[in-house]
Design a protein around this ligand. Structure first.
Ligand code: PSU
Ligand code: MN
Length: 307
């Protein structure tokens, strides 16, 4: 076997080495999820939320062809500010490395690199999933199959209603990925706290989630554990506004024949433009809440090893 091509930052390597908590963060949310220039401030804030809780942040991206686990200030700035940064999923990683590309990693690629580096907890905003009309387009995010084979716990606020949420939950069932509602029995729909779909498992604490991770390992299961963390209803996006913009966004994507990996960024950008900043604020709230819960899970996980 050739040596690992990953470059793990000194801070992340030291934390992993000594069994201290680490949380992975994705970078597509920075490059393609949030608008410039707010995205750089958001990326820094996400890392600070972890630092404040004694957890080491590992923001993951490919910089000049190097998969980096833990970005320095220069790397973070490039991902946020350079419009040439592309979106890199798992299948793009090897080519991006050969061609020296700078790319932001999706949930699929981030989970893959986190798992290879030995990081067990990863917080993000929303996951990719099955798109509406997938029966015709076959558009299902590679996030789902990636999560079926990577032992990482992923905290999200569910998937956005730009997707077919019921179909996404069905696929996760088929793929053998456990979905745990954090203090809820309903799957959240990102901007809105309740998608209307039930989930089978409700958990009450970070310790309980860490215990589930330990039993997954004990059983030799290699899939992710998904933790669904809804925003409190008082902080969700106005449902009327949400439904209007959603319908327009889907119609625009259809009309403009957006396909492939451009679909998700197109819908996210449309949503942001047409809610006039309201969605941005909710989006940041969601990410911060998921990172906070990720910090608790990583801390509970680290404590299991040292009684
Ligand atoms: N959904 C969101 N915000 C995001 C994404 C999805 O609400 O930022 C990003 C994530 O990086 C996710 C990716 O992994 O889009 C999924 O893209 P695709 O549908 O092309 O697989
Ligand atoms: Mn797709």
């Amino acid at each position: 076997m050739s040596p690992s091509p990953l470059v793990v930052s000194d801070a992340v390597a030291a934390a992993l080495e000594s069994g201290r908590p680490v949380v992975a963060l994705e970078s597509t949310i920075i490059s393609h999820g949030f608008p410039r220039p707010q995205n750089l401030a958001a990326a820094r804030r996400f890392e600070q939320v972890l630092v404040d809780r004694g957890v080491t942040p590992a923001t993951i991206a490919v910089v000049d062809g190097v998969p980096r686990i833990g970005l320095d200030e220069d790397g973070l700035t490039r991902i946020a500010e350079d419009p040439a940064v592309i979106k890199v999923s798992g299948r793009d990683l090897a080519v991006a490395m050969v061609q020296g590309i700078t790319g932001a990693t999706t949930v699929a690629a981030t989970a893959l690199l986190a798992a290879r580096a030995g990081i067990r907890v990863f917080s993000t905003g929303g996951l990719g999933g099955v798109h509406r009309r997938a029966a015709e387009s076959f558009d299902e995010s590679a996030d789902l199959t990636a999560l079926s084979r990577l032992p990482v716990t992923v905290v999200s606020a569910g998937v956005k209603s730009i997707l077919d949420i019921r179909a996404t939950l069905e696929r996760l069932e088929t793929l053998g990925v456990p979905v745990l509602g954090y203090r809820t029995s309903r799957y959240p729909a990102f901007y809105v706290s309740d998608s209307g779909s039930d989930i089978d498992w409700r958990v009450e604490s970070a310790e309980e989630i860490a215990a589930v991770m330990a039993q997954q390992d004990a059983l030799g299961l290699q899939s992710a554990v998904l933790v669904a963390n809804p925003l409190p209803p008082s902080r969700q996006l106005d449902p009327g506004l949400h439904d209007r913009v959603l319908a327009d966004a889907l119609a625009a994507a259809h009309r403009e024949r957006v396909t492939g990996k451009a679909v998700t960024p197109f819908l996210l950008a449309y949503f942001q433009q047409h809610t006039h900043g309201a969605s941005l604020e909710v989006n940041i709230d969601i990410a911060v809440a998921n990172i906070t819960l990720g910090a608790e899970i990583a801390t509970a996980w680290a404590q299991r090893d040292r009684p």
